[in-house]
Design a protein around this ligand. Structure first.
Ligand SMILES: Nc1ncnc2c1ncn2[C@@H]1O[C@H](COP(=O)(O)OP(=O)(O)OP(=O)(O)O)[C@@H](O)[C@H]1O
Length: 294
């Protein structure tokens, strides 16, 4: 860890990444109706001494960090160091993996994530987007409306409003508004991924977890999704796993670097994106961000 503690609110310096300015941002999308307009860090998720086991194997150990509201945190590190396991523990997807055991503390606002019995509400607050776009094999409209119905939104007009607003948020509305009843699987890979993001947004989450959301996309679609994530700054708390260090360098307000030793992942360094990529403190981080390790 570097001398400044990223678990404390980050005080912006002139040299830091400039927060977004919606007034001057030509890509601002949809109404910014939640949270401050820019990344003004405030602790939201506290993780303390987190460990993840699959059967007898401890794959992640001693993870302590604080994730800030409205900021974009990138998880980086080589394959197998536990990034996905960490991400999945934040909304208890780890519960669905046979033999998986999680230890330690995770709090989201005042909620004890590990203890809560209301996992459905937790997953509504903490949405997840996967590497491979996974729209339902239904129409574009039903992909958004079905989860809304399942979460009790019975009013058709309200569902229609949400449908339009989230498709606008991901920049898809103008592309699909005339074919909302077409199959979601007829969309391009990049459009499918944006639809999946819209589906997550429809449930009005506070946090979005994204596991390599661009890695199955062509470069152009990848750039569109990347831009989308940066526009979420201030509006959603975004935690994204990426193997693309250039991408992480471009978009991360904070970056957490994981590394595995003998199969057990640990957090090597956690800091602002700028410091992790420009002035990392740990030799392993220096080597990794310069492409000399991992
Ligand atoms: N369901 C599972 N059962 C057993 N072991 C698992 C399971 N899922 C992951 N692992 C193991 O846990 C370790 C961490 O995996 P994880 O997917 O969290 O790492 P990662 O950093 O996200 O990797 P990648 O970048 O390749 O996705 C790996 O050794 C992996 O083989």
């Amino acid at each position: 860890m570097s001398s400044e503690n990223p678990n404390q609110p980050h005080r912006a310096k002139a040299t830091d990444r400039q927060p977004c300015d919606p007034a001057s941002d030509p890509f601002t999308i949809g109404p910014v109706d939640v949270g401050p307009p820019c990344c003004v860090p405030e602790p939201l998720i506290h993780v303390k001494n987190l460990a993840v086991h699959y059967g007898p194997q401890c794959v992640l150990d001693g993870i302590t960090l604080t994730i800030h509201r409205g900021c974009l945190t990138a998880l980086i590190g080589p394959s197998g160091c536990g990034k996905t396991s960490f991400l999945s523990s934040l909304n208890r997807l780890t519960d669905m993996i046979p033999g998986c055991r999680v230890e330690g503390e995770i709090t989201l606002g005042g909620l004890d994530v590990r203890a809560t019995r209301d996992v459905i509400s937790l997953r509504r607050r903490v949405g997840m987007i996967f590497q491979k776009p996974n729209p339902f094999p239904l129409s574009i409209r039903k992909n958004i409306e079905m989860p809304l119905k399942e979460h009790g939104i019975r009013n058709r007009a309200e569902r229609g409003e949400i449908l339009q607003s989230v498709l606008e948020d991901v920049g898809l509305w103008s592309e699909v508004k005339d074919r909302l009843d077409a199959a979601a699987l007829s969309l391009s890979g990049g459009q499918q991924q944006r639809l999946c993001i819209a589906r997550a947004l429809a449930l009005r989450p506070e946090v979005l977890l994204l596991d390599e959301p661009c890695s199955a996309l062509d470069p152009l679609s990848s750039r569109v999704v990347e831009e989308l994530l940066t526009r979420f700054r201030g509006r959603y708390t975004v935690v994204v796993v990426t193997h693309n260090l250039q991408q992480a360098r471009r978009i991360a307000d904070y970056a957490a670097f994981f590394w595995a030793t003998e199969g057990t992942g640990s957090l090597i360094e956690y800091d602002t994106g700028e410091r992790i990529f420009e002035t990392p403190q740990q030799p392993l981080t220096v080597a990794y961000v310069n492409g000399k390790a991992g």
